[in-house]
Design a protein around this ligand. Structure first.
Ligand SMILES: [Zn+2]
Ligand SMILES: [Zn+2]
Ligand SMILES: [Zn+2]
Length: 357
């Protein structure tokens, strides 16, 4: 046994208290040979306990009889190998070193199966991702079986594809790994269609919420009355100011007025009347009141449904279901609505009860 101040132990937990900078260790019994021919002396037992792959390498029978075993770690700069071996001794790695050699550490920790270092590399590299290095790190993450890092790279790449496309890394990949290029392009394609689907879903939800709000307003107009339309038996002079959903309510009031006075009506091809007609029908499909409901045409549609049960309209039932469920989440959601205020406001109060059915 010799009293050795080992270079790898400078950063080891033993050095932390400032008193035990020297530790009793046997003579190094293994040499790590790097690409530039330099060698790093180390202790086989320590390396073997930190890496099962190194353990197997050490256990291999030697070709030549020699006092020192040799392990070649090639293709990685000397400093990176040195720091890697230091990690095997101390389980520590500086942030500064991670920034400089993170890519090499990831490869080494994967090949020599050092999960603790690999996890540190995945976290460190994820923080260091840039447009310039994303393609290199993506390729490495794929080779080193680091799916989280790979996905992070893919997302950054697809969100910035126009700039990544100009980098040397991307051009290299295009020339040398067309299969990976295809994989990336497919991911981007799928991400785009996912985005489209979400957008479409959001638009649909917004429409159902608008309809649900229109249903609330319709009931409110027909039972209490709002600014310019109300039930025939309410006194317009006692009417309140604009309600809380006035942007929808106001447009609806104008449409009701139009519906009552329009000469073309539904059969005459008036689109506005047709829409109003459908809103009345929708109300009737949702309405659970019996004879007391004051919404025009409610009874009419209910009777019609009873008479005409066979003509079951699946599309319509689906619409009703969606509006009902949108109504249920209405209090939790704030849907963006297009203001319907483009309709010209009129000041005359309109009494209901004079609809012709
Ligand atoms: Zn109102
Ligand atoms: Zn009309
Ligand atoms: Zn009703």
């Amino acid at each position: 046994m010799v009293r050795l101040q080992n270079q790898f132990l400078e950063n080891s937990p033993f050095a932390g208290d400032g008193t035990m900078v020297a530790v009793e260790l046997p003579e190094p019994d293994v040499q790590i040979i790097t690409s530039d021919g330099r060698s790093i002396p180390a202790h086989s037992r320590i390396l073997a306990s930190a890496s099962p792959v190194v353990e197997r390498l050490i256990a291999r029978p030697q070709k030549r009889r020699s006092s020192d075993r040799k392990i070649h770690i090639l293709g990685v700069p000397y400093d990176a190998v040195f720091l890697f071996v230091q990690f095997l001794y101390s389980s520590k790695c500086d942030k500064e070193h991670m920034e400089k050699y993170g890519i090499h550490f990831l490869a080494l920790s994967h090949v020599y199966f050092v999960p603790q270092l690999k996890q540190k590399c995945i976290g460190g590299l994820a923080e260091q991702l840039t447009i310039e290095n994303v393609v290199d790190i993506l390729q490495l993450a794929r080779l080193c079986d680091a799916p989280d890092l790979y996905l992070k790279c893919l997302k950054l790449l697809s969100n910035n594809f126009n700039t990544v496309e100009e980098t040397e890394g991307w051009k290299f990949l295009q020339n040398h790994d067309p299969r990976l290029e295809l994989e990336i392009l497919q991911f981007m394609d799928e991400a785009e269609s996912r985005k489209k689907k979400t957008r479409r879903h959001r638009e649909e939800q917004s429409l159902y919420l608008q309809l649900s709000e229109a249903m609330d307003c319709l009931e409110h107009i027909c039972t209490e009355g709002c600014t310019s339309v109300g039930p025939y038996d309410t006194d317009p002079s006692k009417n309140k100011g604009p309600c809380s959903k006035f942007s929808t309510c106001h447009g609806l009031q104008l449409s009701i007025k139009h519906f009552a006075t329009c000469e073309r009506r539904v059969n005459g091809g008036c689109l506005r009347c047709k829409r109003m007609w459908q809103l009345f029908r929708l109300h009737s499909s949702i309405c659970d009141q019996t004879d007391e409901c004051r919404v025009p045409l409610c009874r009419h549609f209910k009777l019609k449904v009873q008479q005409d049960r066979k003509r079951d309209d699946a599309k319509w039932r689906l619409l009703v279901r969606k509006v009902v469920s949108a109504k249920a989440v209405y209090s939790l959601s704030l849907a963006k609505r297009k203001s319907e205020d483009e309709l010209r406001a009129t000041t005359n109060y309109y009494r209901m009860g004079s609809f012709e059915i």
